[in-house]
Design a protein around this ligand. Structure first.
Ligand code: ZN
Length: 138
């Protein structure tokens, strides 16, 4: 069995963003040489997510509005976590959007369902953060 590990780095210039990272994950898969197996892809920070859904700008806007309703950033004083920081909302947004995805690898390709793409969800940006890609198989 082969194993491949790579960290993808992101520095998002805004507080929140939704980035399609499917091309980077596909590049990892090509580098790995693995044809049959599993890809795990996870955010390495507790204020960011990796999730799978549609690459559609309207949907990403809708996610952003929905997440802001569930866990508004302001007023930052509403959260007990925000003592010396202001990112309690980002922890909650990450919780609901998830930590990681797992995708099957079949015949050297990500074995997606219809319209599925992998996204990095940033909820506390303006600094360097990482996503782990781990691929196992043969
Ligand atoms: Zn925090």
């Amino acid at each position: 069995m082969k194993s491949f590990r790579k960290e993808l780095w992101f520095s998002v210039p805004t507080r929140r963003a939704y980035i399609n990272i499917t091309p980077q994950v596909e590049e990892c898969l090509r580098e790995s040489g693995i044809r049959e197996g599993i890809v795990l892809c996870n955010a390495m920070h507790i204020t960011a997510s990796v999730f799978i859904n549609d690459d559609e700008a309207g949907l990403h806007h809708d996610y952003d509005v929905w997440l802001e309703k569930l866990a508004p950033h302001e007023p930052v004083t509403q959260y007990h976590h925000n003592v010396g920081e202001d990112n309690a909302d980002a922890h909650m947004k990450r919780q609901i959007m998830g930590r990681e995805v797992v995708v099957a690898v079949t015949d050297g390709k990500l074995d997606f369902g219809t319209w599925e793409q992998i996204f990095y969800g940033e909820f506390d940006g303006c600094r360097k953060k990482r996503v782990l890609v781990k691929i196992i198989g043969e």
